[in-house]
Design a protein around this ligand. Structure first.
Ligand SMILES: Nc1nc2c(ncn2[C@@H]2O[C@H](COP(=O)(O)OP(=O)(O)OP(=O)(O)O)[C@@H](O)[C@H]2O)c(=O)[nH]1
Ligand SMILES: [Mg+2]
Length: 189
């Protein structure tokens, strides 16, 4: 995909703040620190369009980006930033659920996980929500540069059982999986 323009549209903390649009929209969701924002930057070949940080919990709102004036990428807030904070998790759940259920132009969800981590209950819940609500979902296992090939493959196999589909193996750092992911996304645009 040739990226001719990638523009930050806005940040929203609730439905009222969502931009009005009929462009096809692709959302990126997952636990805090899995690399959602970095992955969006890597797809767009923009280093700093989406804010990333070594401190997890950077993305606290829903952030909309217009690409090539043709479609929208949405960076959803991560959860698990304050582990064990129930209020935090509840806020995340509400924000994500509202977005997934009510964003009419949403075409697909890119569900990002860390290849090194065993999926947790909220990750399984995200998989179930999308299934029950007929939301198309692409599963991406990021940070594959951190494990050997065989351990990545083993983790992918495990995820197929817990998260309902085979993940696409990805690494922002090693530039792995980008063409494949673009191909999968393009089917929804
Ligand atoms: N080794 C490695 N590190 C990565 C990769 N992708 C992202 N990171 C690092 O992981 C950290 C978190 O990345 P972010 O993109 O901010 O993660 P996020 O999922 O957007 O986090 P929140 O906004 O808190 O939900 C940063 O230090 C990134 O540089 C990868 O493929 N490999
Ligand atoms: Mg982020």
């Amino acid at each position: 995909m040739k990226i001719t323009s990638a523009i930050f549209v806005k940040s929203a903390f609730e439905k009222k703040g969502w931009p009005e649009s009929s462009l096809p929209e692709i959302a990126f969701a997952g636990r805090s620190n899995v690399g959602k924002s970095s992955l969006i930057n890597s797809l767009l070949v923009r280093k700093k369009l989406v804010k990333t940080s070594s401190t997890p919990g950077k993305t606290r709102s829903v952030n909309f980006f217009a690409i090539n004036e043709k479609f929208i990428f949405t960076d959803l807030p991560g959860y698990g930033y304050a582990t064990g904070d129930r209020k935090e998790t509840a806020g995340w759940k509400n924000m994500i659920e509202e977005y997934l259920l009510e964003r009419e132009n949403l075409k697909a969800l890119i569900h990002i996980v860390d290849v090194r981590r065993k999926p947790d209950a909220l990750e399984e819940m995200l998989a179930e929500w999308s299934l029950h609500n007929n939301i198309e979902r692409i599963l991406v296992a990021n940070k594959c540069d951190k494990l050997s090939k065989s351990r990545c493959a083993a983790s992918a196999k495990e995820m197929e059982k817990t998260l309902g589909r085979k993940p696409l193996l990805f690494s922002v750092t090693a530039k792995l999986g980008k063409n494949e992911l673009w191909k999968s996304i393009a089917r929804f645009l």
